[in-house]
Design a binder for this molecule. Structure first.
Ligand SMILES: *Cc1c(COP(=O)(O)O)cnc(C)c1O
Length: 414
């Protein structure tokens, strides 16, 4: 595969959307007709068939008894959560607001888990009443859960979120290892397990989440391996058998030039080995992996219309009606250290050979509102539709929609 352009790395190919009459299509609908159907730009469109195929592809490789969870913070659109609830084994929520969406979507409460470093007492009460699994992240939470369990006459179902003594190497975002606000340090877990036993809560397992957006199979395997070993050691102190061992996820998708898709093969083989060991060493336990971005990220696009075409000192600027207020991640302001371009194209002109170097900017009065910095794009005019790929995760809900008072975006599942 050609992976350079004039010696520079290129974006991984985006072949998930077929081209019909020169236009990208989603769910069988050409982009300009989809824009008419939505009734406005900017919008996000998610492709239902791609959600199905991604989950199917993953399931076909990992052992069938591994539980696949969807971490809905990646994309909490209710229609997406409902679609995912029908495809995966469980939903991971990170607030009572997300819990409501998951329950409304029909997810089985016994297969919902609730994590987050700052759970309010009221949220913990809702979670206990819902019978979902609560990933406990502090000693304070344990005390609150004991009181709530007594009040509601139902023992809270708890797993302990472990802050491991290692990191997920090469992750876009590290969420475990070293001092962290997430989970309970591994060293403190034996003491916490004693308290769980004394408090009469229903102990069900452990949750480890080392990091996010990782494209290196060997790093993911190593983290899962170490998570498993750590859980085995901690399980010796547990007041009840481990029923769920959530090994996290962190599977990434390619965003930037030079990045390659994650090779699932080694990850699936590693999970199969751990799964076999679990049957001997933690016989009551199901292994769980929880994925957000990997399941939904490649299944969505963000679409904005060109409002103006300007040339400033020789450089072409396509000014669109969309920008960082809807898509903070693509602007480079959501966890990127050095800004890089997401894959972008002109979705109603993908076939044209008339191309130029242009920057795509949004309508906000800040230079941060940049969707593409000097990219080689099909030549676009006012009215054309700019498409940002890899936008199914951490898009609308992760963006400051109120900033500067422009209209909100619309989301559709096609
Ligand atoms: C954010 C998060 C996820 C999802 O991460 P992705 O990179 O989207 O897969 C999973 N588990 C926990 C605990 C998280 O905080």
């Amino acid at each position: 595969m050609q992976n350079t352009e004039h010696g520079l790395p290129m974006h991984a190919p985006m072949h998930q959307y077929p081209v019909m009459d020169g236009e990208l299509s989603l769910g069988g609908v050409p982009l300009s007709r989809l824009a008419a159907r939505v009734g406005q730009t900017p919008f996000y469109a998610y492709d239902r068939a791609l959600l199905h195929s991604r989950v199917g592809e993953l399931r076909s490789q990992i052992p069938p008894n591994i539980k696949l969870h969807y971490a809905m913070k990646a994309n909490p659109m209710p229609a997406v959560v409902a679609a995912m609830a029908g495809l995966v084994d469980g939903i991971d929520v990170a607030s009572a607001g997300e819990l409501k969406v998951a329950l409304d979507a029909g997810a089985n409460p016994m297969e919902i888990s609730f994590a987050g470093p700052g759970k309010r007492d009221a949220e913990l009460r809702q979670a206990v009443a819902s019978r979902v699994l609560i990933n406990v992240e502090s000693f304070r939470e344990l005390g609150v859960l004991q009181d709530i369990s007594a009040e509601l006459g139902a023992a809270a179902r708890v797993a302990i979120r472990v802050n491991p003594d290692f990191e997920l190497k090469g992750s876009g975002m590290k969420m475990g290892g070293g001092p962290k606000q997430f989970g309970v340090d591994a060293e403190q877990i034996p003491r916490m397990l004693q308290e769980v036993g004394r408090a009469g809560l229903s102990f069900e397992g452990f949750h480890l989440f080392a990091g996010s957006q990782n494209l290196r199979a060997e790093a993911i395997c190593e983290a899962q391996q170490k998570s498993f070993e750590l859980a085995l050691r901690l399980a010796q102190h547990a007041p009840a058998p481990v029923r769920f061992l959530n090994l996290g996820g962190g599977f990434g998708i390619p965003y930037f030039p030079g990045e390659q898709r994650l090779d699932l093969g080694p990850v699936a083989e590693n999970l199969a080995r751990l799964n076999e060991r679990a049957q001997g060493e933690l016989p009551a336990a199901s292994l769980v992996i929880e994925l957000g971005r990997y399941l939904v990220g490649e299944a969505g696009v963000y679409v904005a219309r060109v409002l103006d075409r300007k040339i400033s000192r020789g450089q072409v600027f396509l000014v669109t009606d969309g920008g960082l207020h809807h898509h903070l991640s693509a602007s480079g302001n959501f966890g990127q250290v050095i800004r890089k371009n997401y894959p972008v194209t002109v979705g109603n002109k993908v076939d044209t050979t008339d191309r130029e170097v242009a920057s795509v900017v949004g309508p906000l009065c800040t230079p941060l509102d940049l969707l593409a910095d000097r990219m080689n794009l099909p030549i676009a005019q006012v009215g054309d539709l700019v498409v940002v790929f890899q936008s199914g995760a951490y898009g609308a809900s992760a963006s400051p929609q109120n900033f500067l008072g422009h209209p909100p975006c619309v989301e559709v599942l096609v």
